[in-house]
Design a binder for this molecule. Sequence first.
Ligand code: CTP
Length: 420
Amino acid sequence: MTWSGECKYTWAMVSQVSTHYRLRGRNILLGITAGVAAYKAAELARLLVKVGAQVQAVMTPSASEFIGPMTLQAVTGRPVRQALFDSQHEAAMGHIELARWADLVLIAPATADFLARLAAGMADDLLATLCLASEAPLAVAPAMNEKMWRHPATQANMATLAARGVMLWGPAEGEQACGDTGPGRMLEPAELLQRAVSAMGGGRFAGRRAVITAGPTREPLDPVRFLGNRSSGRMGYAIAGSLAREGAEVTLVSGPVALECPPGVERISVETAMEMHTAALTAAKSADLFVACAAVADYRPRGAADHKIKKGAETLQVDLVKNPDILRDVAALPDRPFCVGFAAETERLREHASGKLRDKGADMIAANPVGEGLGFESDDNALLVIWKEGSLELPRQRKGRLAEQLVSVIAERMDAQATA
Ligand code: CTP
């Protein structure tokens, strides 16, 4: 974008740019119906993807007369869904699951016919069925000939939809594809993006930066071996995803794990504790929140051998030196972020957690019992969250759900600290 005459953005749009993070990691089901404006859906999808949203395009059967599914697939990175009874896609993500997946359903363009079917509560194709099955906010961007728009039938349908809480975005007035002039043009993609941003609200971490360490570290012994620990990284990745969904700008400093980076999160991949230390401290300097979720190796071999250590004597001694404590060093930064540490313990959970809170200078410790099917490499976890003035037990559950609850507790404590 330039500030010369060809700039297509208005000041109102520019002032909104900083709120685009609200769509980061959010799931948007983009419905496309059979109108000439369907060609603009590709640009809308591109803008949504650009700001970090996950976009699933769903087309009505005749929408493909106006735009090719391949175009939308290329832009969104996901196969377009079209048929209600499609065994291949239903097996991967069934239509009910897809309806649940959506954080926002946006129909752009929405034809007169589709709006009528929506108002009547029809479920005669995949898109209409999804609208009926989803509890997500629903927005429509009407696009049709101005006479069709003005028709009492369409107006009555719009009134029904509005009364039901459907967000009506547009239409704009202007010249139409058919040569008429009047209301019925679909809003421009940039305008629809702004509406989506506003509709998705701020999130509890809107405007805040978070840095999270996750996964194990590997401390090389020689070119083929390392000392490490059992950490899948799942808890840290779940927290990173949860923070991004709450509007935070998230940097994930990750050791080697077999996980995909959550949507809307920036990942810095590291291997050793020293690398993690450097990356985390650099990123944490400008952060509001630091969550140390990594299982950092406490010690590293004094020097990695240049060549593979060959088998020889009955015993082998390895000299280890202590790694720096990343959490403690971040907590000691001059303008430090709110610091949350973890404590994986096999015994005396509260006692060890309180010790770590004090010794590391953290604001909060989330302690989890290891064993009995909990902790490393498990899908479930339970947490005892402690801070100076209180504590809270989060019972055993899936790590994803637990991460959301922990993020809520962190938000409350950060707000309490800010207003203290
Ligand atoms: N931690 C860290 N840097 C290290 C070691 C630990 O940032 N070098 C962080 C972990 O990410 C976690 C917290 O400190 O948030 C506690 O880690 P844990 O391994 O349980 O504690 P240690 O300090 O290593 O103590 P111990 O192993 O003796 O229990």
